[in-house]
Each structure stands twice: as C-alpha cells, then as structure tokens.
Design a protein around this ligand. Structure first.
Ligand code: AMP
Ligand code: MG
Length: 430
C-alpha cells in the first residue's frame, strides 16, 4: 500500500470539489418534447399554470352535501348530478345532496362528499330521490374533497432547475400544460478504450485477443447517468496512437479512458495524458478494485475559446483500470457523480444504502483498501427488516459473469478484513 494515495473519501472529495465548481457554469439548454424528456435534467423551474386541483374535487363516488346536515341523518333531496369533466349546473340548495363522481367538481355550497357505500337512497312518492347518511356515521367538513389549490397555487414553483426528469415529473409537467420542457444539453462523454488485445464485438478474437466489453458497458453507464456517449475507436498500446486519440477527445465534456493505467510495461496512458498537458489530481486510490484509477484535467479544445467568468474550462478525465469490474466500480464511484454535475443535475454522488449481510464474507483483501465486492441484494421491503445482501462468487475483477449477476457492491471498510453474517453493512447501488 502506498501511503501517498488518497483514501476513497479523500478522492471522492477531490471529484466533488470540481463538480461543485461546475454548479456556476450551467450547461446550455434545449427544448425537448415532453414524451422525450425522461432521463433529462430541467434547465428551468416548472411552474403551476393554474391551481392544482383547478377546482374543489371529489375523491369519491357519492353525494356532495353539507357535512352538518348529513351528520344529522335527515333525508337530503337529490337535486343534481355531476360527472368528471362537467361543471356543476348550480349551487347546492339547503337540505339537498348532489350526486357526484370521483374527479368531478363539487358544487358551490357543498363542504363534504358522502361515499355511495355510506348512504341509503330513498324513492319519494312524488317522484325523485332522497339520500340519508347511514347512522351512526358522521361526516366531517372537507371529507372526500380536495380543495381548489390544495396541492399548488397558480404561479408556484413546483420543480427547481436541476431536477432529474422521470415519469412523475413528466406527469406533473403535463398537468401544468407543458408540451415541451427546457432541459440541459447532455454532456458529451468520450469513451476511449485502450489495449492491443481488444477486438470489437463484431470480430472473431484471434488467440490472445479478447472482445472489447468495456466500450459498450461504459456507453450504457454514461447514457444511464444522463450523458451522451461518444465511443472512439479503441487505441493500441502505442504512444502515437494514444496521442492521436487524446487529440480527438479534446472536444468532449468528459473523457473516460479504460485500461493502460497500471504499472505494466504497456501501460502508456498516464504518460500520454501528461504529454497532452494533463494536470493530475490523483494517480491511484486506496480502493479495490480500481486502485490504479487516475483523475485530472486536460486543456479542453472545445471550451478553450469560450472562457467563462474568467475561468478557462477544462476537460476532466478519468483513466479507469481496464478490468471490467474495476471500470464499473470506479465509474459508479467517481465518473457518475462528475457526469451528474456536468449534466446540471442537483443530485449527484453515488447511492449507498444499508443492508444486512446474509452470509459471512471471508474475503481477505489487502488491508488498507476500501473494497467494493460484487453482491446481490434482495429488497423485499419486509417490515422491520433491512434488505439482505450476499456476495456473488467471483474470480476477481475480470469476472464479467459475476458482474452481470450482481445488483450492488458490498463496501468493506479499509480497516475490516472480514464481515460476519448478520452484520449491518453498506452497499453501493449500481
Ligand atoms: P489494463 O488496465 O490495461 O492493465 O487491463 C487490465 C485487464 O482488463 C486486462 O486483462 C485487459 O485485457 C482487460 N481489459 C482492458 N480493457 C478492456 C476492455 N475494453 N474490455 C474488456 N477487458 C478489458
Ligand atoms: Mg491494457
């Protein structure tokens, strides 16, 4: 263990510091149709265009009435009916009730709705009907009615700039009349895999070669985290090839390299980054997998001319170790939060949760490294019980099959060598 390397927390703080600086440099915005807005980030607050609900709304099928009259259990004359989509034809007279359906506006003068299940309907000789609240049931003022504006007032800010848009935000936007939304332009994330052994998925690997699985994996992770993946051709382990690829990547908002950052003879990524003018923030972290991770900034081709607030924008980069599990873990821990910040999102940071370990973990990793082990967690939602997590058997950080079977990573703190069944543990959600 190199004492000079930052811990996970120290490294994460360095990335968070850069991400916080981005908060002042908003990405540019574009308009997208509401149906295409899922996964994007709001570039403008969302306002209520009218009161929500826009009228006092019944939440039940039943009879609008005055709560005090209904609770006296007298017969109330049925004087009207309103379905959802209609406006009541008039106010509610005294000693009367008004048939009403769920979602319909309540007539003026009514202050409660009796549920249809709670009344007796009586036919009157002269024709017509009366309803009576069944004794001993009482009705409170406001019962089964949502008052106009109870959820929002016209002009209220309902969602802030930077809110991640998913289905429920889309529903709210639709209710407020937005057929399109202003969202931030997705950050363009260059993905540069390196390694002489890699062939694209379409090719048959020759002896000694393997298929490039990191490029499509990272592209999927980038898209899921709100970025626009830009997969560059994989680079050979040669100085000129790397220099050429880095020059191309300068147009990106974030650069992810995979492979070539360990201490091997053909690990040429760090020197190539240095030649391109990199300022390194760290060149290794006390984590496993992912210890060789490098992070820093390059002068950015794209933003060099457009200086923002006197501060030249740089191109942040991560040199992810090539082993697939290392790449996945370091992406989740460091690249995803950076990407969220570049995307203008208010939410960033990896998602951790607590769970109960179902079996002993006797993985004795190297002491002094925070470990992130492929694990599977069951979120049963049983009352009074934490989610149950178990390690997925794995052959190490090259084990793609184990990676594909896990839905989280068990976090083993630096000072811990093994964990016992029943222990409350942290997990990193993937
Ligand atoms: P490296 O970080 O370049 O030393 O690579 C570490 C391990 O990850 C080696 O076994 C590589 O073959 C493997 N590896 C590197 N890049 C990729 C990739 N893009 N897809 C799949 N495996 C990779
Ligand atoms: Mg390599």
């Amino acid at each position: 263990m190199s004492p000079a390397l930052p811990s996970y927390e120290e490294a994460a703080a360095l990335v968070a510091h850069y991400a916080a600086r981005l908060a002042g440099l908003r990405p540019s915005a574009q308009s997208v149709r509401l149906g295409l807005a899922a996964g994007r980030v709001l570039a403008q607050p969302l306002y209520a265009d009218r009161d929500q609900p826009p009228f006092a709304r019944s939440t039940r099928d039943g009879f609008a009435c005055r709560a005090a009259e209904a609770s006296a259990h007298g017969a109330l004359t049925l004087v009207g009916a309103t379905r959802a989509g209609e406006a009541p034809s008039g106010p509610l007279p005294p000693a009367a009730a008004w048939e009403i359906m769920t979602g319909a506006p309540v007539p003026a003068g009514a202050d409660a709705v009796m549920m249809i299940e709670h009344v007796r309907i009586e036919h009157v000789k002269a024709g017509g009907e009366q309803v009576r609240l069944l004794s001993p049931r009482k009705l409170k003022q406001g019962e089964n009615i949502v008052a106009q504006g109870a959820q929002a007032r016209q002009g209220d800010e309902l969602l802030a700039t930077g809110t991640a848009i998913q289905s429920s935000q889309i529903a709210l936007a639709a209710a407020c009349g937005y057929s399109a939304l202003e969202v931030f332009v997705r950050p363009r994330v260059a993905i540069l895999t390196t390694g002489d052994e890699l062939v694209p998925v379409e090719s048959e690997p020759a002896p000694g070669q393997i298929r490039n699985s990191n490029a499509p994996m990272l592209a999927a992770m980038v898209a899921a985290a709100g970025g626009e993946p830009w997969v560059l051709p994989s680079a050979e382990d040669k100085a000129e090839a790397l220099d050429h690829a880095l020059a191309q990547a300068a147009e990106a908002d974030l650069l992810l390299l995979s492979g070539g950052v360990s201490a091997g003879k053909f690990d040429l990524v760090e020197p190539a980054l240095a030649r391109a003018g990199a300022r390194f923030q760290f060149t290794g972290v006390r984590i496993q997998p992912g210890k060789p991770l490098v992070y820093g900034e390059l002068p950015s081709g794209r933003h060099a001319s457009s200086q923002s607030r006197g501060e030249e924008r740089t191109l942040p980069f991560f040199g992810l170790p090539g082993n697939p599990v290392s790449s996945a873990v370091t992406f989740l821990l460091f690249a995803a939060p950076m990407l969220a910040a570049l995307a203008g999102s208010l939410e960033s940071g990896p998602r951790f949760a607590l769970a109960r370990l179902s079996k002993d973990s006797d993985k004795h990793g190297k002491p002094g490294l925070t470990r992130f082990l492929p694990a599977s967690c069951t979120f049963s939602g049983a009352v009074g019980q934490l989610p149950e997590v178990a390690l997925v058997p794995s052959q190490g950080s090259g084990d793609l099959a184990a990676l594909a079977r896990c839905n989280c990573f068990l976090v083993v703190p630096e000072e811990t060598s093994s964990l016992e069944a029943g222990a409350i543990v942290r997990i990193l959600l993937s």
